[in-house]
Design a protein around this ligand. Structure first.
Ligand SMILES: C[S@@+](CC[C@H](N)C(=O)[O-])C[C@H]1O[C@@H](n2cnc3c(N)ncnc32)[C@H](O)[C@@H]1O
Length: 256
């Protein structure tokens, strides 16, 4: 089934694309938030079955959080391990060149009939590089299938570890990427019973200040690397003023 920008991932997700068409399938496998036991059985089965394991990393030689989660299930000697560096720049020319290059690395395997498991932290369809990767791949080779295998997101993993319901009864919950636009952050809090702020580390001080002005400091919790062996939790966000936290940090603000 051909994929469109709006629809990443065919129903099912069984291996078989390569056998039927001679072209491999790209599986975006949600590795979950950190605890290897939170990988789904389907994700596990596909990791074992795919001959190529692709994983995102910040730069050459750096570790990959997503790969760390699943590494106990993958024997690198039996697989082709494909570390993909995703550009952090905003320069559109550099971005285009780097994404095209990464697509070519994947297509070498896919067009040779090899299925590729692309592991992503959390869920592959929630603010994940897999979303854009699948789009770029589709531009290069529309015949290649991309299939998303859901994972436990950091939102779910974080809420579970914090012991906070995301939504109960008729409550409304929002997932918001935190930015410097504090009016927007304020509106998100005012418009929902519970807000999960992702990518919060870079605007932590401003978020704490906002919560203070809204008299909600006591309603916020912060968690880094939820469910992993390196997890950290802050019940009192005032302790985080001036702190530099890991990128893998989220904040839950629950008003009720
Ligand atoms: C690009 S988004 C990826 C979200 C991911 N696809 C998911 O389903 O959770 C990255 C942001 O997700 C949050 N995040 C991802 N993994 C996390 C974890 N284990 N613990 C806390 N926050 C996490 C952080 O806010 C981070 O800045």
């Amino acid at each position: 089934m051909a994929q469109t920008d709006e629809r990443l991932g065919a129903p099912g997700g069984d291996l078989g694309g390569a056998a039927a068409s001679g072209i491999g399938t790209l599986y975006g496998i949600g590795a979950g938030p950190g605890d290897p036991e939170l990988l789904t059985l389907k994700g596990y089965r596909l990791l074992r079955a795919c001959p190529v394991i692709a994983y995102p990393k910040k730069r050459m030689g750096s570790r990959s959080y997503a790969l760390d989660i699943v590494e106990a299930y993958v024997n690198p000697e039996e697989k082709t391990m494909l570390g993909l560096v995703f550009p952090m720049t905003r320069d559109p020319d550099v971005l285009r060149r780097e994404w095209d290059h990464t697509a070519q690395l994947l297509l070498e395997h896919l067009l040779a009939g090899r299925d590729v498991a692309f592991v992503t932290e959390g869920d592959p369809l929630l603010y994940s590089t897999f979303i854009h990767m699948a789009r770029v791949l589709h531009e290069h080779a529309p015949e290649v299938q991309t299939v998303a295998i859901p994972g436990v997101s950091s939102v779910n993993g974080g809420a579970a570890r914090l012991g906070l319901p995301l939504a109960d009864g008729d409550e409304v919950v929002a997932i918001v990427p935190a930015t410097g636009d504090m009016e927007r952050m304020k509106a998100a809090i005012e418009g929902h019973d519970c807000v999960v702020f992702l990518k919060v580390a870079k605007v932590l001080d401003r978020m704490i200040h906002l919560l203070e002005t809204m008299d909600l400091l006591g309603q916020a919790r912060v968690i880094s690397r939820a469910t992993s062996g390196e997890e950290e939790i802050w019940e009192d966000v005032r302790a985080l003023r001036g702190a530099k936290l890991n990128y893998l940090t989220l904040m839950v603000v629950r008003r009720r």
